[in-house]
Every structure is written in C-alpha cells, then in structure tokens.
Design a protein around this ligand. Sequence first.
Ligand SMILES: O=C(O)CCC(=O)C(=O)O
Ligand SMILES: [Fe+2]
Length: 297
Amino acid sequence: MAKLVHLSKTSSVDEIIEVLDKDAGVIIDNLIDQDEVEALNQDLSPYLKNDVFGRDEFTGFKTKRIGALIARSQACRKLALNKLINEVSDKYLSPFCDGYQLHFTSAVSIAPGESKQILHRDRGIWGGYLPRKVEPLMSTIWAASDFTKENGATQIVPGSHLWEKNRIPKKDEIAYAEMKQGSVLLYTGTVLHGGGENSSKKDVRTGIFLHYALNWLRQEENQYLSCPPDIAKDISPEIRSLIGYSKGGYILGFYSDPKDEKALFESVSPANMFKDITEDNFSSLPEPDDLIKKSTK
Ligand SMILES: O=C(O)CCC(=O)C(=O)O
Ligand SMILES: [Fe+2]
C-alpha cells in the first residue's frame, strides 16, 4: 500500500520541497493547535449547516462545499497567511512565475455514504493547455476534523505527477491522507488525487482547501467577487495582496478607476484602491532587455 510521508512542523522548506518533488504530496502533522481548529470550525459552521451538496458524481451528492472563505472567516485568513506554507509556495512555484496568489478557497465536508471521487489532476481546470513542464499549483487541505481512511481521507497517488498522463494507478499505488485535526496535506496541481469514500456511520470529514497558484493564471475562484472591495477594505493588506488586489508583474493586473476624471488612478495597482500601499513588487520600470527576455522565454 502506498504511503504519504509525514513531516513535523519544525521541518524546513527544503525538506518539504524535497518530498514534494518526489511524491507531489506530503503531510505536515499538527501545524496548527486545537484553538485554531476550533476557531475555523466555529467560523464555518453557519455555512456548512446549509444543504449545499454537490450536483454530480465529481462534486459528490453527500459532499458539501462552501467558498468565499477569506470574506467569511477570520481564522481562514490567518491560515492562508501561514508562514511555512507561504514559504513553501513561494519557493516551490518560483521556477514558473514572479509571484503566487491565493487561487481557491473551499471547505469540503464529506458525509457518511459518499462514494470515492474520481481521481484527477487539479491542473485540468485550465483545460489542458498548460504544458506539463509548468507546475501551476501548491495546494493545501487542512484537517478541520480527523481524516481517516474510513471517513473519506483524500486519496493521493504519490509520484503520479511524473507519470504519463493516461496511466491508471493500481489499488496499492493509492495512499490515503490520514491525519489528525490541525494537520495539513500539501499536494501539487499535477498529482492524481480525489476525495475518499466515507464508509463510516456518522463521522463527517471536513477539510479546508487553500490553493496557491502562479500569479499569471486565472484563479479558479473569482476572488474579486468572493471577496469584493467592500469586504476587502476591512482585511489586512497582506491578505488583499495574496488574493489578487495587487499586480502580478510590471503591468499585469492593473486597474483604472472608472469614476476618476482627474487621471489620478489611471492604470495603477489594485493596491491603490485601498490607499495603503503606493509601491508594490512590480512598481519599477523593467530594463528593455528584461522585457525582451521575458517575451521570448
Ligand atoms: O475532498 C477531497 O479530499 C478532495 C476533493 C478534490 O480533490 C476536488 O474536489 O478537486
Ligand atoms: Fe481535486
């Protein structure tokens, strides 16, 4: 039976990336404490009480999914900014981008009786146009409840990011992301995975999904609608920038204020909207040579 490597929260970024390079999936045990887990469950419970079940086999008729976690939950904002996870995302994705962004937020609750989800690669959301040499995602699933094989722990096929795309895993090549509340599974956009079957009697499995993507790709969850400016104005500049209220390159992601007749906010960074940042990582004019190099990579 395939197994996932478990690391401790004191592991270094390089140790974590070494496992990601080999398996494309790794668990960090007990990265957050019980108080944080309780805060997460408290924030999310009003939304998970609703009957928001999936509508097809992929989304699961006994699985609830709720999004907009940055707008809805203070505890999820803290989670999204977790230092170790952000350092891993930054370094792991750095060969493919000048920066990364939060791309998807979802709490996924699998109830008893749910069947296993079809194995897939999350990079498929971009329609298969991304060449394999580009890894687009560093994703996390935080265990808000314990994850067991019986209650629907995520299925992961270690090493399948290196497989030819049509290869189908044998049963013993599938691992299960069994972990305790407060632990986190890291996995990439190219590894085969899927929700597990929940064969328990009454145990609901809840995971909090926060996915980080290259900042030049369209986000799976439209963050500007899930966390519109009216809500974003009251959250921290760091999280605003992470969800996309920032530029992703010298000119990538600029905006112009439609009500501005004095041209004060013409072709500027979205950070200007909140008047708290005047500079960002991409404020300075690149050298012409640099622009040419980037256009021919
Ligand atoms: O619920 C899970 O464990 C995995 C869900 C998943 O991979 C997906 O919906 O894309
Ligand atoms: Fe998935």
